[in-house]
Design a binder for this molecule. Sequence first.
Ligand code: SF4
Length: 540
Amino acid sequence: MKKCVAPWYELNMSAPHNRVSACCYYSAETADWENGTLKPIESYWNGTELQKIRKIQTGQSYTGANGCDNCHFYQNQITDSRQAYAKFSVANPNQLSKQQQQNLELAQNEFDSGAIELKSTPLRLYANFGFFCNLSCKFCIQVPSRQELRNDIITSDQIYKWKTPLKSALSIDVIGGEPFALPESLKFIRRFCEDDEMNSVTLNIYTNATLLHKHFKPLTHKKKLGLFISLDSVYEGYDSVRLGGSWEQTERNVKEALRIKREENPDWNITTNAAIMFRTIPFLPDFANWHVENDVPTMFYDFINTYGVEDIFFTQNVIANPQLLDNLPEWESYFDRAINIFKDGGQIYPAETLELSKQKIITALENLNQRIKVIDPRKSVAGTSLIKASNAEDVLSFFELRSRDIESVSFVKHDESSFILNSKFSDDKAITNWMTVNPAETALVTLKAQWSKPEKFESRLSHVALQSHNGQFLEGMRYYNETDQNIELVTTIELPSDTKSIRVNITPTGEEPSHLPNQLYLYTDQQAGRFDSNLIARVG
Ligand code: SF4
């Protein structure tokens, strides 16, 4: 990888993540945002953490972990036609103010010379104003913690206190949550659009576009505007994943933005993006057609797993869980048709990012086929039972609740045959006792769970997983079978030979109470001698 430009280019701030860094992707320690206080921009830009990232990128010595290792951006968004995180060249340099031009030149020189402490100020200020959003997309990693973090916001006044460096930046990038639903980002957007001193600074807004129709008036005043729209799919595909949105309204809004660009503001930059999901694969050709017909650039990306979205990650992320494609054998033809539509329409970057995803899936399927030769998780192993719970109350008898605030978490009866997990924090959990595992050869453990199928699509299943003594989650390939009444999970896990103990964890997903399994079985191919007892002890 060539030297990454991010730590010489961007100051990336997020109030809800409480972090300030060079990008969203850096995975080691970052500076704190420290809600409510605002330090001079210099203390972040030339602080220890940003300087360390510059040292990593220039091959100098540093202490601590390398947060650029396995960078998600470089793994997912670098293609033949896009080779860098950002570029120092701009389309119309004569539209920049004198101070922007000087700052740009200085930043480029400092990047080229590998300077660690910078005299230039950030070319891009990227601000996450908060997690609040008007939609509840299932795969969104913010949804599970947005209630808890609702007061962690950046304010419009805070950003405006940095007016001098703001005027020297090329852009200010506003993200949430939904910037048009967050009062402080909306206040900032309005003020910035009306502020003639900021005419030459581009305002980039990362939005779901569902509320655009209410805000075109101030936006139209801003000539240098970028709208980065999370679309994910089109038509019914859109309605099935962007919960709370409607394709009809969103399409109308995007088309109105395109009309304004065409007729009034030719410098507007309107693009979309899409996560690759099982559910939206059949809509890929329609998605490509829509973008080519409307001349809108787009790109595809692979969404990540985190607390509270595991249910969606394991049922929708086909790159990490290629076994899902057993239920969509024609998946490749949807990709190929969409790639060809993009190419024929002259849209190279979307074609490249979709091709990248397709190649990752092919590699994942090859690996899956190799693994299946060793263990086939669909064929559960016969052997010793470790948990045997055939109804909802029986399941609960194995679990106790843990929380930062134990009063806020509970099992609640949902109907005759099922319970839900009512919780406040995304790290709440229900856990079994530990079961000691005696040292031996690798063992296979099968975990089976069954849920009554929730009545509403928006309802979510709690996440059931096996954990080992060191806190690691032991993942096997997860197979979900759906009938009219039930959803069943079967996963067979290879237990490492040094495993000392295991337990089952159940954690909440989404932000509403999540459904608990009404059956749970754990068993192993080993004889009971490897394990402490025949059954993990009940806690209830
Ligand atoms: S390599 Fe990745 S993680 Fe490191 S600064 Fe660049 S974009 Fe960020």
